[in-house]
Design a binder for this molecule. Structure first.
Ligand code: PRX
Length: 630
């Protein structure tokens, strides 16, 4: 893979990638194993929209993620599995074992009649069998649709139905800290409304002995015994579907984003290796769940395709205590650690001895993903975890983009706290104004679009190409619209300001909620903040901040005044919140995203119908927030 070692290399590679994109991506794609080379690198039309990479190319992604490593690193660990309970032993799976397990799992699926093109719903906890099943689907050309094992029966019904899955792979249960989740019970409930599912394979993990429905449910351990470990990989077209992954839309039903084989593989491998500067033999840990795109691209496909050692963690950061992440880093001598700002902020609240008692000296590179990282969290992460020596790779990307888009390159890109910095080679961002024109130059702000295709972009929304077009290609015709706002500063660095649906216009000024939140978080008493707009007679929209503190505030009015002063200093008086409500927690989805829809309603004084709150991690916080509304 073309190495970037200096900032100058980056600039040259970037320039080349923009001037000669096809040549650039072909030179990267050539480093993989293709059964047949492509005829054409790229065909595209953002108006239709239609994008095809490496057309005519034939391959199987698992041959690249597994088989091709066997001659050089058969005994190297591919996956380190760290269980929920630290008293239990970690499991190390070599590339050779991974090959065997993926082939067996693939044969088990085939024995149930799964064929190329069939959609397979995977509802498993963070155990190695989740990775085996994902890769087994890829091996036989089946399309996996992983549903996060924290989602409800209702979410499963929507996803199983939309994708037309006839088979589900699940487990009896999963562990999350002290809790045991009854996955099979949730599947049983969901399948009452999914008559087309005729087979459920159940892995025994929590040993909770769930009822098995005769004729439908099959124990994994019995079925896997019936098959052998030889499974030739199916030959796939570069543009054949690899997987569907659902992401929530701004309204209505979830969108099944479709990713295809060739481009996705090439791009996730390239970006993993480039952004983190992964070196042979390093241990890499991404704390995401495989139920999200981060887990797909950067626990499984990206790391394995470059022959890395990737950690899969079943547990949570807070159990048995707040030192759990740091203990795992110490235990496995993790070199690259990739997590989310929401996790960083909660870890920041814990007493510092939880960090201090662990040896974090193996760390070389840190990563962040999922939302803009506020400056305070950035500095805490840098100082306490990276000890000032590890670059923080703030990766901006989306389920739709498949891989990193705007991100620093470790030890290459000069960093700026809370900035995703610069686009990776091949990525051409354009900032647009509301009138639909591209804003040139630096020191500008607007809506973030991408004007040229990249290999891992989603090709469509499963079964609804029209929605794909409307959501992503109609706001700015001819460009992919990300839904995010962003700034490009005087040095050309990008800072994502948050979803544009989260932008508030106060007295005619555009303010990113994320930016205000980051400013409020700078106050030393503040732990986490969510800001929404509310109708304001004079300003158009006012700013309402929901704030959690490390300690219960003693003098509420004094703290409010200090917070306003902090914001005034960091952004300007215009961004001072009009209302500050102190709360004990924010309403978050199980993936850690703040449900702003609820907060907006509370801020608007309309609490009669808050919609569905069942997907919240802790629905009780909503009552407290309603009761304390200002
Ligand atoms: O708003 C951006 C934010 O998360 C959105 C994508 O969410 P999702 O599809 O769930 O994927 C999350 C994992 C890639 C983006 O539109 N986002 C993600 N990463 C960052 C971010 N915002 C700022 N900085 C980031 N590093």
């Amino acid at each position: 893979m073309s190495l970037i070692q200096t900032f100058n290399d980056y600039q040259q590679q970037y320039k080349h990638s923009i001037e000669h994109p096809e040549e650039f991506w072909a030179s990267i794609a050539e480093q993989f194993q293709w059964r047949k080379k492509w005829n054409k690198v790229l065909e595209w039309d953002f108006y239709k929209p239609e994008v095809k990479w490496f057309t005519g190319g034939k391959l199987n992604v698992t041959e690249n993620c597994i088989d091709r490593h066997l001659s050089t690193r058969a005994n190297q660990t591919a996956i380190i599995w760290e269980p929920n309970n630290p008293k239990n032993e970690a499991r190390k799976i070599s590339y050779q074992e991974l090959h065997r397990e993926v082939c067996r799992t693939a044969n088990m699926l085939k024995a149930q009649g799964v064929k190329k093109g069939d959609r397979v719903c995977i509802y498993l906890p963070m155990i190695p069998e989740l990775a085996f099943t994902v890769l087994a689907c890829a091996r036989i050309g089946a399309v996996h649709s992983v549903v996060f094992a924290g989602f409800s029966a209702k979410s499963l019904i929507d996803r199983i139905t939309d994708a037309g899955c006839e088979i589900v792979v699940t487990a009896d249960g999963g562990y999350r800290g002290e809790k045991t989740i009854n996955l099979k019970g949730i599947i049983d409930e969901a399948l009452e409304k999914c008559p087309n599912v005729s087979r459920v394979i159940v892995f025994e993990h929590t040993k909770t002995n769930p009822p098995m429905k005769a004729g439908r449910d099959l124990p994994w351990k019995e079925e896997i015994e019936k098959v052998n470990a030889e499974c030739a990989a199916e030959e796939m077209d570069a543009e054949d579907m690899l997987f569907i992954l659902y992401t929530s839309g701004s309204t209505g039903k979830p969108k099944g984003m479709v990713h295809t084989c060739g481009g996705y593989m090439v791009y996730t491998a390239y970006t993993f290796k480039t952004a983190f500067q992964y070196k042979e033999g390093q241990v890499y840990w991404c704390t995401a769940d495989v139920g999200w795109i981060t887990g797909h691209s950067y626990i499984i496909y990206g790391p394995l395709s470059v022959g890395a050692t990737t950690v899969m963690f079943e547990g949570v950061p807070s159990w048995p205590d707040w030192g759990r992440f740091w203990q795992v880093i110490e235990r496995h001598r993790v070199n690259i650690f990739y997590t989310a700002p929401t996790a960083i902020r909660s870890l920041q609240q814990a007493p510092s001895h939880f960090v201090e008692k662990h040896d974090l000296s193996s760390l070389k590179v840190l990563g962040s993903v999922g939302e803009p990282i506020n400056e305070e969290a950035w500095h805490w992460y840098d100082k306490n975890i990276g000890k000032g020596k590890c670059p923080i790779i703030d990766t901006w990307w989306q389920t739709e983009t498949g891989g990193f888009m705007i991100t620093p390159i470790a030890n290459v890109t000069p960093l700026k706290p809370a900035h995703a910095t610069l686009p990776l080679p091949g990525i051409q961002p354009a900032i647009m104004n509301e009138g639909g024109l591209e804003i040139q130059g630096n020191n500008v702000e607007g809506r973030l679009t991408i004007k040229f295709p990249w290999p891992s972009m989603a090709r469509t929304i499963y079964g609804d190409h029209q929605r794909f077009k409307e959501t992503y290609f109609s706001s700015f015709p001819g460009k992919y619209f990300t839904g995010d706002g962003c700034k490009r500063d005087q040095d050309g660095y990008y800072r994502i300001t948050g979803r544009v649906d989260d932008i508030i216009i106060v007295s005619g000024h555009n303010l990113g909620t994320a930016e205000i939140e980051s400013a409020i978080d700078e106050h030393t008493s503040v732990c986490e903040t969510a800001v929404v707009g509310f109708p304001h007679d004079i300003k158009g929209q006012g700013i309402y901040a929901f704030v959690t503190c490390y300690d219960q505030p003693t003098d509420v009015e004094k703290l409010r005044a200090e917070i306003k002063e902090t914001v005034s200093k960091i952004i300007g008086p215009i961004a001072k919140p009009d209302k500050i409500q102190f709360v004990s927690g924010l309403p978050k989805t199980r993936s850690g995203k703040i449900m702003r829809r609820i907060l907006r309603k509370v801020a608007e004084g309309d609490t009669s119908n808050l919609g569905d709150t069942s997907t919240l991690l802790d629905p009780a916080v909503v009552d407290e927030i309603k009761a304390g509304a200002l």
